[in-house]
Structures are given as structure tokens and as C-alpha cells.
Design a protein around this ligand. Structure first.
Ligand SMILES: [Fe+2]
Length: 307
């Protein structure tokens, strides 16, 4: 696999033809040079977890037996502080997510370097379509499953420590992922994608070892089984502007609720433009104020859990 000389020692090595061809369309593997980086030592991750935990939105964790088809809102809660859970990670059955790592001064430089490489490798002007550049660190207990789901992010998963097996499905396979599940995902339910075991054979199954990585396109369903060791992964990702397709899916969700059979995004530029415009107005004048009111009400209640 030829390396791309973006710097003296590239962080990500991939076949440039595959990178350009499959970017945000199909999953593909790559190799990287982050596994020995001291930022991912146990002590540094523990310190990072404590810093991220200052804001509950920057940390998520749970612990317990998880099925591949389990909803995230049905996972067993964990009342331990995140640093205590991290100390027990070998046996806790835990899944820890440290979010928005790019906002931590110690990690910002690495995240930026990774994303800059990805942008250069893409050969596209992503500045016109990006809403957010983001980074997440996943820390998983041995043999822990991460449930089947789709993401908003266009992401690159760098396996740093331990190993995991990831099943990734094609985002365009409507047997695996029906149109209405995508609409529901963007509109109201992050867990809308439903695992169908009869289609497991359609997944690309990849074992990620330290130094390996995989690209996950937006909306590509996937689930993960951790290997027999503690796993640490870095996810470098970006979100597209909502106006590109998310708002069209949201408009289609509400049109379907009205009994219509809406045209999927990218079939008709004219219909997409109308939906973006109408949804944008409804969102600004009705949905956003309603969400703000709900958040204000929730803020007045004591938190149900520590995540
Ligand atoms: Fe994911």
C-alpha cells in the first residue's frame, strides 16, 4: 500500500486511488502511526477523561451485557465516576466515549493534523460542506459489544490499542437500511436503525489491530465486537452541513407522517430545494424554540445519571 507524503511521517497511510474513489461511499481500511503515541497511555487517558468529565456532554459511558440489537437508551446505567470506571476497565464490561477531544489543548494538535491529512487525501474542498470537525476516543472493556447503529459523522477510526472486529454495511443498501429508518434517525431517533441478522452476511467484516484503521461513511450501519483486551480507538470525523441532506431527510420524515411517500434526497434537486427551504423555516420558527423549552425544563430537574 503506497504511503502519501503529506508530511515527513504521514499519520495515515492509504491507497490514494481507493481513498478518492470510496470517500464517504464505501468503507476502506488504512494503516496509521498513532499506536505508540504517548497521548494514548493509560495515565494520559485517565487525565483526559477527568478533564472531559467536567462537562457531562463530553463524556458518555455505560457498563454491562450488551446485545448487538440493543438500543442505546436501554443500556445499563453506570453510577461510577468515569475515572473509577477506567481503572476497572479490564473487568467492567464498559464502553467509554470521550467526546470533542479536539477541544482539549493536549490533543488538539494531533486531531488537527489527522483531519488536515484526511482533507488533503480527499482531494475535495470540504470547507464548503463541513459543519463540525470532531474527534472522539473510545475505550472499551474486553469482549464488549458496541451496538448496531448509524452515525451523523463521516469518520476514520484509528485502532490504537487492543483489537476489535467491526461489521460495516453499505449505506446505500435499502434492504439493510430502509429509507424510513434514515428519515427517523435524522428527525427524532438516534437509534432508528434496526439490526436485521438475516443481512449480516452483507457486512464487510474487518479485524482492526493496533496501527490499523477503517473509514466509515455517513449513514453506513455498523456494529463492533471488542477483542480479548482493552481497546482504545480514536475517531476523527466531520459532520456535513444540515442543509446538504439531513434537512431533506427530516422533511421527508414529516411528509411520511402525513401519509405521503416522499422522494429520497438527491433524486430531484428541485424537490430537495423546496424541502430544505420549508423545513428550515419550520425548524427556526417551531422546532428549535420547542427544543429550547424542553432543554430548559430538563435543566430544572436533577440529573438521572452521571453520564
Ligand atoms: Fe459509530
Amino acid at each position: 500500500m503506497p504511503a502519501i507524503a503529506l508530511s515527513e511521517r504521514p499519520l495515515l497511510n492509504a491507497d490514494p486511488a481507493v481513498f478518492a474513489r470510496d470517500f464517504d461511499k464505501n468503507c476502506f481500511t488504512f494503516t496509521h502511526g498513532l499506536s505508540g503515541n504517548p497521548l494514548f497511555s493509560t495515565d494520559r487517558l485517565l487525565a483526559l477523561a477527568r478533564r472531559r468529565a467536567r462537562d457531562p456532554d463530553d463524556v458518555y459511558y455505560d457498563a454491562g451485557e450488551i446485545r448487538v440489537d440493543q438500543r442505546w437508551d436501554q443500556t445499563p446505567p453506570c453510577d461510577l465516576p468515569v475515572d473509577e470506571l477506567l481503572r476497572r476497565i479490564e473487568t467492567a464490561g464498559a464502553w467509554i466515549i470521550l467526546r470533542h477531544v479536539q477541544n482539549d489543548p493536549e490533543y488538539a494538535g494531533l486531531v488537527d493534523a489527522c483531519m488536515d491529512e484526511i482533507v488533503a487525501l480527499s482531494g475535495r474542498d470540504l470547507s464548503q460542506v463541513m459543519k463540525v470537525r470532531d474527534a472522539i476516543i473510545f475505550i472499551n472493556s474486553p469482549n464488549r459489544i458496541s451496538t448496531y447503529h448509524i452515525d451523523r459523522e463521516c469518520s476514520w477510526l484509528y485502532q490504537i490499542q487492543g483489537r476489535k472486529t467491526i461489521s460495516i454495511f453499505e449505506p446505500a443498501d435499502r434492504d439493510v437500511l430502509p429509507e424510513r429508518e434514515i428519515e427517523k434517525f435524522w428527525a427524532v431517533d438516534h437509534n432508528a436503525a434496526t439490526y436485521r441478522p438475516q443481512y449480516q452476511s452483507r457486512a464487510t467484516v474487518t479485524e482492526l489491530l493496533p496501527g490499523h484503521g477503517v473509514h466509515i461513511p455517513v449513514g453506513a450501519p455498523h456494529w463492533v465486537r471488542n477483542g480479548p483486551e482493552v481497546s482504545v480507538s480514536l475517531n476523527i470525523n466531520f459532520h456535513y452541513l444540515d442543509a446538504i441532506t439531513a434537512d431533506v431527510y427530516r422533511a421527508n420524515y414529516w411528509l411520511r407522517r402525513l401519509g405521503l411517500n416522499p422522494t429520497p434526497p438527491r433524486v430531484s434537486a428541485f424537490k430537495d430545494a423546496i424541502k430544505r427551504s420549508v423545513y428550515g423555516t419550520v425548524n427556526r420558527t417551531i422546532l428549535q424554540p420547542a427544543r429550547a423549552a424542553r432543554r430548559a425544563i430538563r435543566a430544572m430537574k436533577p440529573p438521572a445519571r452521571k453520564t
